[in-house]
Each structure stands twice: as C-alpha cells, then as structure tokens.
Design a binder for this molecule. Structure first.
Ligand code: BGC
Length: 751
C-alpha cells in the first residue's frame, strides 16, 4: 500500500465531511476568466464545493494561439494585500525578462479561501497541461522518444517540474502514454510512438522527472498518465473516434506503459475520451476499476478528460447528466474535469440510494491521498520564485540534438564551417513551429530561427538566403546557384499537429515538394531539414534529397541543435520511434506486427504476394532507424547459456546476452543498440519483433564496447486475453542491432 500513512487523517476528514463537501472534492473547474467569476468561485470554495482547478480556460488551450489570459489581466486590477505582494514579485520577474501566464497570486487567493474559510480546510490542487516544457520547451514527446535517452529525458522533466512548480502548478497532465500506429492522428506528437517498451521507458522517465524522489518536494509535480486507454487507436487517425481493441491487444500493446506508470508511482491517471468496441472508457468499469485498480494496482486518483463525463450522453449510454455522473463514478472516475455533472447530481443520487455513499467516499479518499502525498496540507501556497534556466536551456539543446534523426546522408553531412550555404524554405525564419504544439508557457525570445542560429554558428557571410522563402521564383534559384550546398528548411506547422489536428494526407505539401525538385535540378547537393510533429510519407521526397535531417518540433533550442548537427559539433544519434511510411495509404504500418501467414508481410521483406498492386509496402524508414556520422559494426550475438527451464526463469535466472559494437568510422558517436525478441511458436500469434531492451553508449572512434543484456521471466512472456501473464516453453530468436530490421541473432530455448 503506497498511501497508507495518510489513512488516519483521511478517515477523520471523511467522518466530518458533509455529503456536499465530499462531492466538492470530486469537482474540478477551469480557471476563472473574470474577477466576478473569481469571486463566485471563492464563494463556492468557501462552501467546500470545489476540489481542484485546471489552469486552462478551454479544452484545447495547449493548441491555441497565445492570447493574453483575461483572468490574469483583470485580476491585476484587483485589490488585496497578498495579491499585490505576489503580483509585485511577478512584475519584478517579468521585468527580468520572462513572463508567466499563470496568475499565481490569484491561485494563492483561491487557495486561501479553501485553507482558511472552507469548513474542512482542504487545499485545492492546481493542474495544468505542462506537456513538454514550461518556459523552457523541450522536444515534443515523440521526438524525446527518438532520443532513446531515458536519463536525459528524466533530467529535462525534472527541469520542467521545477519551472512549473515555481509558479504554483501542483499537477501536470502528462505524460501521454497513448501508443499510436497512425501518424495521421495529430496527437502522435504528444506520445511515445508505436512501441510499448519505448512507451514504458519514456513514461517512467517523465514520471520520475515530474515527481522526483518525493512528491512533497516543492519542485515536484504530480504526474498524470493519460489517456487511459486506447485513445491513440482511433479509427483512421481521426481524433476522438471509436477504437476496436481486442483484450489480447489491449494487454500486450496498450496497457504495458500504464502498468509501468503505476509501478513508477504515477499519482494520477486521466481516463480517455474514446470508446473501445462500443464501451466509452469514461463509463467503463472494466477498464478503470477492474483492470487499472484490480490488476495494475493503481492507488492514486482518476480524473476524467475535459468534459468527458457529460459526453456519455452523446455516446448514447446515458439519458441525462445525472446518469452520466452515476455511470462515471461507478466506473471509477474520481474527479470530474469541468463539466459539473458530479457537482450537480451526486447529492441527490446518494440520497436516493442510486449511488452508494461508499463509492463516493472511495473517490474522495483517493483524491485526498494525493493531496496529502503532495504535501498540500502543509504547504498550500506558492511563493513565486525565479528559476535559473541556464542549465535548463543547455539540457534542452542537448535533448533536441539527441532527438533528431539523420534519415539519409549521401556524403554531404557534416558540413564544413567555411562552406557557403543557401538557406531556403518556409521554415527559415520560423520560431513558433519549432516549439511544437501543446506548449502554453514558452518564451519566444529564447527561440532562435534557423537563420539566426546559423548566423551565430557560421557568420552571416557564409549564408545566402532569398526574400522568396518558397524558392519557387528565380531569385531563390539564383541564390542557390551561388552556394556550395542548398539547405531546405521544410516541414509542417505546429498548427498541423496536436488535438483535433489530424490529416488525411501526411505527405509534404505540394509547394515544398516543388521546391525540392527545383533545387535538385540545379545539380547541387540538397539537404532537407524537416521540422515536423509526425513522420511524413517520404515517397517522392526522400529520393530527391542528398541528406535528410528529421529535426521534429524540438522546442526552444531546435535551431541551435540543428546547426550543432549540420556542422558536426554533435554527431546525430536519434532513432525513429515510429515507422515512416512511404505513402499515407500504407498506414497503419508498424514494426511489431505478426506474420500474415500468407507471405505478405511487407515490413520484413516476405513480400511474395505484394500487399498493394500499386506500391511497395515496406517502410520508407523502419522503427529504430537513424544514421550517424560514424559507422558501427556489430559482432555476433552471444549468450552465456542458450537454454533455461521455465522453473529456472521463474526462480529469477536470466539469459545473459552480449554483443560487441565497434565504432569503425571517423567520429566518436552514440549508438542506440536495440534488442528484439521473437517468440517463434506460442499458443497465440506473437510479433515478428518486440523491442525488449536498448542501451545508448558513447563509443569513441576506433574503440569497441561490449554490451550486456539480461532477459528474464518478465521479458519473455505475454498476456492472455484475460490479463494472465504467460511464459511458454519454446524457442526465441534474439536480435541485436541498430534498428528493427537487424538480422544479427541468436536462438535461445525455454525448456
Ligand atoms: C485533452 C487532455 C488535456 C485536457 C485538459 C483535453 O482536451 O485531451 O489531454 O489534458 O484537455 O486541457
């Protein structure tokens, strides 16, 4: 039991609380928009009717163009000693060159109403969508996953927590752990990609970073593993649409990251908007109670997604708002995000016996656990503090560089610093898109455009650019003709990604494709730098370019990191965490596929019958793929023992696998050494490859590293459709290499 230590205090509170106060704890409201609203909220807080505030004023706040927060401006005119005091601090901080969109002073005022004037003095918990950065913005999570650098990701999420906590945020609505096989879905930017193991590792890193050693630490944020569950599997990559997930797939693909998040101590979980095969998750007791609490052992609380409780009516499973509240609470949704269904209806439902009071008490208990664990009873207020961000910005640059993936390099990169480059394309001057979607608190002044960063690196005299950013007119052709190499800054806007930002065609825009063709015709070396939130379909594009650096939307330091890589100050080491299809029509295309049984599995080249009559279905770039400036040679995979019995594995014995990786090129470099398994014969079909481990050593040129991996009981099994974990005797192929197509293998036997 994780939160037992608070039981006595919680029992005491529950015994004293009225029904209405209990329901209040389950009620989350959006931030007030006007001073009048703030006053009205205070009244409700005093009556114990509000348990939490989300510091956002709309469902897609993270996706919207920045506006000045109305509540913030309005409340600056308000009086009140405490507010003035902290407003002064805020103003001082702003003069110092940074801005907060969070009105910490107002949060403190609302908190004071809860702590001093409400009957039970229970603190509010303030949540915010702190997704991949606060003032310092780090790469979008899909890019973080491509770094395959768990330690650096954890460090950066610690930085994020420090910055957000300094302004009064208690709780971040991240990490998003939704596995997705569909890059049309706009929210792939927010997740770990297509692989359950990467999702596990990256989710854990974020949670550890947010929550630190102790949730009580003033620098820590409570994490929220979201969206539980299956949201990334929406049909056609259409946001919010239905999903079909059989239990076998649920347990083996979609649940592992949440299981790991629970083990890592994630304080909260957000239920997802979608339905699974006709069962909305918000009212799915099987998912939220039986599996999440019963099987995964989650003891924190579940918050609904934005207004998702009332959506049960639109799903057609609830007749009215009272029904919505009854169903969601019974399913296991503890906190109702913003739609007020709980607040309006639970009292009558309990009084009429339709909702057992025990169900309500359990939800309150789970919320109070986290408020105690976060230390809010002892330290409810925030003294806004200035965080020194120099280290954070350096980490952002390092993580951005590690996230970028070199997809192609025909002897062009790295560039010498004395070359003359032509810099063209729609992203030459762009800043906002480099930050990515879902960032509310960025400081645009910290962000350089690619042109600015390159000037810093090379000096202006080496860079030719054109007033015509599209490159489609003569001016840019003339400019390019004078250069040694043409650099094209390409990609998609941040507004093409994120919530409700799905695409039916993920190819590069026609005008950018025309630009590539035009430049290629000059006979120059052409390098494409792609600023994107998703893998794009690369057919017709990749062939035209001599080198491709996939830079993603990598946050505040994107442009500097691109220059670090282009000019060889950093050797690229990112690997794809999501397959790059050749065409949109090939989606879904993912590496951990099972055999088709009929020789039509395009991914691994068994294409005896073509998948499509009109194209080759193999990926443009497979999962785990990425080039370096150096080269690595893999020695044979060895195993200390190739046979272990099931009993030995159960008793904790492990297969010890090793491989030597030699740096055979001219640069020191990091390599993501990946270990995959294939369970050759089992009672259920198993994927042709499953990533089970990776390491990212730095190997100096001319040197070799001996890497050791262990595979035990927990790595070799799978879940049945009932959620039972099974390791079955039989043979397993163990592949170790630089991407999922690696064929360097050894066979082991479980007896
Ligand atoms: C999103 C969540 C987000 C919430 C609060 C919803 O629309 O799906 O990911 O945390 O809004 O902003």
């Amino acid at each position: 039991m994780r939160y037992q230590e608070f039981d006595e205090q919680i029992d005491g509170l529950l015994a004293a609380m009225t029904l209405r106060e209990k329901i209040g704890q389950l009620n989350q409201i959006p931030e007030p928009k006007t001073p009048e609203q703030a006053e009205a909220y205070k009244e409700r807080i005093r009556r114990g009717e509000i348990g939490s505030i989300i510091l956002a004023s709309s469902a897609t706040a993270g996706n919207e163009k920045r506006k000045k927060g109305a509540a913030q401006e309005d409340s600056q005119q308000k009086k009140g000693a405490a507010q003035e005091d902290s407003q002064q601090k805020k103003n001082a901080a702003q003069e110092d060159g940074w801005q907060s969109n969070i009105n910490t002073a107002l949060c403190n005022e609302l908190q004071r109403a809860a702590m001093e004037e409400s009957p039970r003095h229970i603190p509010l918990i303030f949540g915010r969508d702190v997704i991949h950065g606060h003032h310092t913005v780090y790469p979008i999570p899909l890019a973080c996953a491509a770094s395959f650098n768990e330690e650096l990701v954890e460090k950066c999420y610690r930085n994020i927590a420090r910055e957000a906590a300094a302004e009064g945020v208690h709780w971040a609505f991240a990490p998003m752990l939704d596995l997705s096989r569909d890059p049309r879905w706009g929210r792939v930017i927010e997740g770990p990609g297509e692989d359950p193991y990467v999702a596990k590792v990256m989710g854990r890193a974020c949670i550890r970073g947010f929550q630190g050693e102790d949730l009580k630490d003033p620098d820590s944020l409570a994490a929220c593993a979201k969206h539980y569950i299956g949201y990334g599997a929406s049909e056609g990559g259409r946001d919010y649409h239905r999903t079909e997930i059989a239990d076998y797939s649920l347990y083996n693909y979609y649940l592992p990251a949440f299981r790991a998040a629970v083990e890592a101590g994630a304080a909260t979980v957000m239920s997802s908007f979608n339905d699974i095969s006709g069962q909305p998750v918000t009212s799915g007791r099987k998912y939220l109670t039986d599996i999440l609490r019963g099987q995964l052992g989650f003891e924190g609380f579940v918050v609904s997604d934005w207004a998702a409780v009332q959506m049960l009516m639109r799903f057609g499973v609830a007749g009215d708002r009272a029904d919505c509240a009854r169903l969601a609470l019974h399913a296991g949704v503890d906190m109702d995000m913003v739609d007020g269904c709980y607040g309006e209806n639970l009292e009558a439902l309990v009084n009429s016996g339709q909702v057992p009071e025990e169900e309500l008490d359990n939800a309150v208990r789970r919320i109070l656990r986290i408020k105690f664990a976060k230390g809010l009873f002892d330290r409810p207020y925030c003294e806004p503090r200035r965080v020194d961000r120099a280290g954070h910005l350096a980490d952002a640059r390092a993580l951005a560089a590690e996230s970028m993936v070199l997809l192609k390099n025909e002897g062009v990169l790295p560039l010498k610093k004395d070359v003359t480059v032509a810099l063209l394309g729609p992203f030459v001057h762009e800043k906002r898109s480099l930050l990515g979607s879902w960032t509310l608190d960025y400081q645009i002044e910290d962000t350089a455009s690619l042109l600015e960063a390159m000037e810093e690196k090379l000096g202006r005299e080496h860079i030719l650019f054109s007033a015509d950013e599209t490159g489609l007119y003569d001016d840019s052709v003339h400019t390019a003709a004078k250069a040694d190499v043409v650099l094209l800054a390409l990609g998609e806007s941040w507004e093409a990604t994120g919530e409700r930002r799905c695409l039916s065609d993920i190819s590069l825009s026609p005008s950018q494709q025309a630009l590539i063709h035009r430049m290629k015709a000059l006979g120059k070396k052409v390098v494409g730098i792609f600023f994107c939130g998703r893998p794009l379909a690369m057919e017709g594009v990749a062939e035209q370019l001599d080198a491709i650096l996939y830079a993603w939307h990598s946050g505040t330091k994107t442009a500097e990191a691109v220059c670090d890589i282009l000019f060889g100050d950093v050797v690229p080491s990112g690997k794809t965490a999501m397959t790059f299809p050749r065409r949109t029509g090939h989606i879904p295309l993912y590496y951990n596929v099972t055999s088709s049984g009929n020789f039509v599995n395009g991914y691994y080249g068994e294409e005896i019958f073509p998948c499509y009559l009109d194209s080759v279905a193999s990926p443009a770039y497979p999962f785990g793929y990425g080039l370096s400036y150096t080269t690595f040679a893999y020695g044979p995979v060895t195993a200390e023992k190739t046979r272990l019995s099931l009993q030995e594995l159960e008793a904790g014995k492990r297969f010890r696998i090793a491989v030597t990786v030699e740096n055979t090129g001219d640069y020191d470099g990091k390599e993501v050494v990946q270990l995959y398994i294939h369970d050759r014969t089992a009672s259920r079909m198993r994927p042709l490859r499953e990533l089970k481990a990776f390491q990212k050593p730095l190997i100096r040129r001319g040197e070799a590293a001996r890497l050791r991996f262990e595979l035990g009981y927990a790595d070799l099994g799978f879940y049945t459709e009932q959620g039972e974990y099974l390791v079955e005797p039989g043979s397993f192929d163990i592949y170790v290499g630089g991407n999922c197509l690696a064929d360097n293998r050894i066979r082991i036997e479980v007896l």
